[in-house]
Design a protein around this ligand. Sequence first.
Ligand SMILES: NC(=O)c1ccc[n+]([C@@H]2O[C@H](COP(=O)([O-])OP(=O)(O)OC[C@H]3O[C@@H](n4cnc5c(N)ncnc54)[C@H](O)[C@@H]3O)[C@@H](O)[C@H]2O)c1
Length: 351
Amino acid sequence: MAQIKVAIVGVGNCAKSFVEGVGFYTKNSSDEVGLMHPEIGGYRPSDINVVAAFDIDERKVGKKLHEAIRATPNRTVKIADPLESNVMVQRGPTHDSVIEEMREHFIHESKEPPVDVAEVLKTSGAEIVVSYLPTGSDKATYAYAEAALAANCSFINCMPTPIAKDQSWRKRFEEKGLVLMGDDIKSQLGATILNRVLLSLLKMRGIKVTKSEQVNYGGNADHFNLHYRPEAKEASKEDALTSVLSEGDAKPSARMIYTEKNYDHKQAKIKITGEIWGHIPISIDLALEDEDSPNSAGVVIDAIRAAKALIDNGEHAKAGEACSFLMKSPPVQYSDEKALERFRKVIGLAT
Ligand SMILES: NC(=O)c1ccc[n+]([C@@H]2O[C@H](COP(=O)([O-])OP(=O)(O)OC[C@H]3O[C@@H](n4cnc5c(N)ncnc54)[C@H](O)[C@@H]3O)[C@@H](O)[C@H]2O)c1
């Protein structure tokens, strides 16, 4: 099978889990544990080849990818030794991606000048750009997306800046036979999908939702950034939750709290109350514990292969349909069952 040539923007914890996971499933090709779809469009995880990577941190820029993913402050759990890579992490443009509070502990900005991203993408032969930029980096997201367009690359937006949601941006990629997917990757089994499934169950059983609160505790760089820039992430989560509720239900809330000791370990507390028959109250209180970054990589692996399969089949205009299953804030929200059905249909898997 041909390889899928990918460029990574942001060599942080999510990139570390992604690169280590690709190495793991390449070396253990019969192991399908943790894969939602072992094969998409004929592609297995081992068919993904990272050909370019961008970051702005001096501890990562100029290093080979397999070394940069282990550089401080990345500290998510190790999946496996990554495959050795000759790809050097390039100094990308910063734009609005660093807030002052991040500089001391989490980002040491490189003094090197930024490269021309479009030129690097062209030279590398990249087909798909995966963006793991910090939440709140709107200008940086648009700049990398412009570079992707200029280099004829598709773009997968794993963070909440609303770009795939924007029809005019999607159209620009579609017109070139490319795909734009986003926004904000939905973790394999994270608080958002769990909260959505619970709320859908209440609705299926005729229950009025009187409260839906989700509080996420984490201690990685992403959570530190979210402590100062929570708006886009909270809006993205609330959008995903509101879409399964009915008029008259309580408005759901989702909060992000930075807890240093958690590192990449995330705890999510979900509290839901409702009214059943005769307005009698009912309540659910539960906690989800997970490692944040591997949880996103388990879905990015499907997004990349789905993007490639859609392009191969001339179905790039259907990328928006595929996003409903993969993203928290896709162009169109469906129930999770319907989203999976549509995803499998557009990428040519039996439903
Ligand atoms: N489960 C999850 O972890 C999950 C789920 C959904 C979405 N996300 C989103 O994915 C994104 C990445 O998460 P993470 O945990 O890897 O964050 P991270 O902070 O560990 O990594 C971000 C990386 O981007 C780099 N960076 C900053 N500005 C840059 C620029 N202009 N150009 C290139 N690189 C730049 C940083 O130096 C860092 O290495 C976040 O926006 C997060 O909200 C994560």
